[in-house]
Design a protein around this ligand. Structure first.
Ligand code: ATP
Length: 459
């Protein structure tokens, strides 16, 4: 069934709500600022992504340590990092319909139009409102830091900011990590956690929200090793995209940011862009931030943040390579990549979309479903024992005894469960169950005692 990208996005959003991946936040109060709740399956999917990342980049390496720092930090840190002054997005309003836009997004849209002449860059003065054609206001810089008050007084001395990225906490903790972990350069600090930005135009489902989650690494290196480390981390990001998320290479673009568009402190930046149903957009980023952050914090805090090279006795301020991953955009990319839609016959002779989430098994919220053929005590008993053995092995499993087997397979297909195990009357004699593979739909018999190991091997 041919479907447009818009239809695909609509089907994805409705599947997410209906099956408990993602719901509109604060829905009973009419929603709130493009916020989203992750339901039971969505929470598992996120956790699986986060765990795969931690496993691969922290536990799986000698040269990275993981930390957790607070969302609220001393505001001096954000002053030193330049966020209070420079963490701005350029904003324009339509004078007629009053819609608000990010100026850089309007320019990007113009540049993506067919026939765009690179030799004649567009001037925002010549751009009209994309919704009503109205005249736009001039550009205003809008600071995206979210403010709050800490303590009992709501006065300027108690202002604090929600972190706009997890990176800041790692720079501020660098001295303690350096001194306590006794790691030698090059080494990285990693963390995952929430970040907050007062985005001008949140939207596209969970793609751009004001509260989101990041997974970031600050990788500290000697200046002369920075470009090699950059290449190494770019290769790691690519491997994550293709080997873990299993995104099709033709849907991913690695965009080298030209000098003129890069942040002034970055010596090199590459964005990983993914073809979401609503267009090619940034999924992840990586930057060579030079010694900008440590130099700024050293200057502001008056602490010596240099690294003492045990071999040469020399003190150096390391360069930092920062690969960064968004959790929510990972979830959206994985869901849109692996959502397979075909059509099925309805009972009244019509056609309806049938959805299968062909998630990589490691990321699937439920790894195995146990389905007794009928609600008969002997079958249910065997099924319950299987559930217990999966739970004992820490493998997420679901039990379903209602409706026909075909319907139960469909339910599991929609949430991406790779394997369904059916307990039938034969199982009572041969002590085997039938496993049905989500993608090949092939079936085989597996001995009941081997089922958990069978799934663990596949994972
Ligand atoms: P964009 O250009 O889309 O606003 P950015 O370049 O500002 O993104 P970074 O500051 O590089 O983003 O943040 C690192 C990562 O954090 C992004 O690659 C993305 O995965 C995620 N991210 C950033 N902003 C948001 C947001 N508002 N909602 C969800 N994820 C986000």
């Amino acid at each position: 069934m041919p479907i447009s990208p818009e239809q695909k996005m609509d089907l994805l959003v409705s599947l997410c709500k209906r099956r408990g991946f993602v719901y509109p936040g604060s829905e009973i109060y009419g929603g709130f600022a493009n916020s989203w709740d992750y339901g039971p399956y969505g929470a598992e999917l996120r956790r699986n992504i986060r765990n795969a990342w931690w496993q691969r980049f922290v536990l799986g390496r000698d040269d990275v340590v993981g930390i957790e720092t607070p969302i609220l930090m001393n505001p001096k840190a954000w002053e030193a990092s330049g966020h209070l002054q420079n963490f701005n997005d350029p904003l324009v309003d339509c004078k007629k319909c009053k819609h608000r836009f990010r100026a850089d997004h309007l320019l990007e849209a113009k540049q993506a139009e067919p026939g765009y002449d690179k030799e004649k860059p567009v001037d925002l003065k010549n751009v009209r409102c994309p919704l009503c054609g109205g005249e736009l206001t001039g550009v205003r810089q809008f600071n995206m830091m979210m403010k709050t008050f800490v303590g009992v007084m709501e006065d300027p001395t108690s202002v604090a900011y929600f972190r706009p990225e997890t990176a800041g906490g790692m720079f501020v903790a660098w001295k303690n990590v350096r001194d306590s972990s006794r790691k030698k350069l090059p080494f990285g600090i990693a963390q995952t956690g929430k970040a907050f930005r007062n985005e001008i135009t949140p939207g596209n489902f969970i793609f751009r929200t004001r509260e989101f989650e990041q997974m970031e690494i600050e990788y500290f290196v000697k200046a002369e090793d920075a470009s090699r480390a950059f290449d190494m981390w770019l290769a790691e990001q690519k491997s994550w995209v293709h080997d873990v998320l299993k995104l099709d290479p033709s849907h991913v673009v690695y965009h080298e940011i030209p000098d003129a568009e890069r942040a002034f402190y970055s010596a090199r930046s590459v964005d990983t862009e993914y073809r979401f149903p609503f267009g090619l957009k940034e999924l992840y980023g990586i930057a060579n931030r030079t010694d900008y952050d440590l130099a700024r914090h050293q200057d502001a805090s008056k602490e010596d943040l240099r690294y003492l090279d045990p071999e040469t006795g020399e003190k150096v301020l390391p360069y930092v390579i920062e690969p960064t991953w968004g959790v929510d955009r990972s979830v959206l990319a994985v869901l849109s990549e692996h959502l397979d839609i075909d059509e099925a016959d309805t009972s009244d002779g019509d056609k309806e979309p049938r959805m299968v989430l062909r998630l990589p098994p490691r990321l699937a919220p439920v790894k195995a479903a146990i389905l007794p053929l009928q609600k008969k005590d002997d079958l249910v008993r065997v099924a319950r024992d299987l559930i217990a053995s999966f739970r004992g092995a820490g493998v997420s499993v679901e039990y379903d005894e209602s409706a026909s087997i075909g319907k139960r397979y469909r339910r599991q297909d929609e949430i991406g469960t790779p394997w369904c195990f059916t307990v039938d009357f034969e199982s009572l004699n041969d002590k085997k169950v039938t496993v049905r593979d989500r993608d090949s739909m092939g079936q085989e018999r597996v001995a009941i005692g081997d089922v958990t190991g069978w799934v663990q091997n596949k994972l």
